[in-house]
Design a protein around this ligand. Structure first.
Ligand SMILES: [Zn+2]
Length: 255
C-alpha cells in the first residue's frame, strides 16, 4: 500500500508534513515547526504520531518536538549536533542511514550548507524527498553556516534524484522565488510555466508544493549553476559552478 502524505501550514510559512504507512499505521512528522497544527492534522486523519524526522536545528523546524514527544511518546530522529544542539533525540542519523517508519524506508542524505547539520529524507519507494531548507521550489535555502561550494554540492545530490520524485520543501517561498528567478532568466519557458502555475495556486490559497523534481530541474536556476547559459547571464562565462551558484545566492539575498 502506498504511503499517504499530508501537507499543511505551520507558523507563518513553514510546511508541516505527515507521512503515514497504512500497512502498520506508523506516522512520521517531517520536522515539527509547532505542535498544534500537527496534532490537528493527526486527529483529522485518526493517526497516531510514531516518529519525528528532523532535518536541522533551526527553531522553526524543532519548536514542536518536546510537546509532541510528551503527548505521543514518539521516536525523534535527528542529525548529529554540529553548530547547535537538538534536544529530545532518540536516534542520530548520518548519511546513507535508512530510517524505518513502520514499513516505509527513509534514506538519509546529508545536505549541509543552510546549516552544517542539515539532512534530507528520501522515501525512494514513495518517490518523495523532504529537503526542508536546502532546496525550495525555484530557489534554495540561505547559506547560513556552510559555504557556497558545500551548498552547491548538496543541491547536486538532490538534483541527482529521478525526475519523477516529488519535492517537499520547508517553506512556502515559491512566489518570492519566482519573482527573483524572473530577474535572472525571464526567457526560460519552464520558469514562465511554473510562474503561471504558482500565481494560480497562490490566488486560490493552495500550496505550491509538492513539485516534480524533473520540472524543478528545468525551472529552478539554482539547480542549473553549471549551465553555460546561466553563467553567461551573470557575466561569469567559464567560472566554477559553485561560484556561479554563490553569485545567484548573493543576488537573491539582496533582492
Ligand atoms: Zn532553516
Amino acid at each position: 500500500m502506498a504511503a499517504e502524505i499530508r501537507t499543511f501550514t505551520c507558523l507563518t510559512d513553514n510546511f508541516g508534513y505527515l507521512i503515514h504507512d497504512p500497512a502498520t499505521k506508523a506516522t512520521a512528522s517531517i520536522d515539527a515547526p509547532e505542535a498544534a497544527p500537527i496534532i490537528k492534522a493527526l486527529e483529522r486523519e485518526g493517526w497516531t504520531l510514531t516518529d519525528i524526522l528532523i532535518t536541522h536545528h533551526h527553531g522553526d523546524h524543532v519548536g514542536g518536538v518536546a510537546e509532541l514527544k510528551q503527548k505521543y511518546g514518539c521516536r525523534v530522529v535527528a542529525p548529529h549536533d554540529k553548530s547547535a544542539k537538538i534536544a529530545n533525540v532518540d536516534l542520530r542519523a548520518v548519511n546513507a542511514d535508512v530510517i524505518k517508519v513502520g514499513s516505509l524506508l527513509a534514506r538519509v542524505v546529508e545536505t549541509p550548507g543552510h546549516t552544517l547539520d542539515h539532512i534530507s529524507y528520501v522515501f525512494d519507494s514513495e518517490k518523495a524527498v523532504f529537503a526542508a531548507d536546502t532546496l525550495f521550489s525555484i530557489g534554495c535555502g540561505r547559506v547560513f553556516e556552510g559555504n557556497y561550494p558545500m551548498m552547491w554540492d548538496s543541491l547536486l545530490k538532490l538534483r541527482a534524484l529521478p525526475d519523477d520524485f516529488r519535492l517537499y520543501c520547508g517553506h512556502e517561498y515559491t512566489a518570492a522565488n519566482v519573482k527573483f528567478a524572473l530577474t535572472i532568466e525571464a526567457d526560460n519557458p519552464d520558469l514562465q510555466a511554473r510562474a503561471a502555475e504558482v500565481a494560480k495556486l497562490r490566488a486560490e490559497n493552495e500550496p505550491t508544493i509538492p513539485v516534480l523534481l524533473g520540472d524543478e530541474k528545468k525551472a529552478n536556476v539554482f539547480l542549473r549553476a553549471d549551465e553555460p547559459a546561466v553563467a553567461a547571464k551573470l557575466h561569469m562565462k567559464g567560472a566554477d559552478p559553485a561560484q556561479v551558484f554563490g553569485e545567484l545566492r548573493e543576488r537573491k539575498n539582496k533582492s
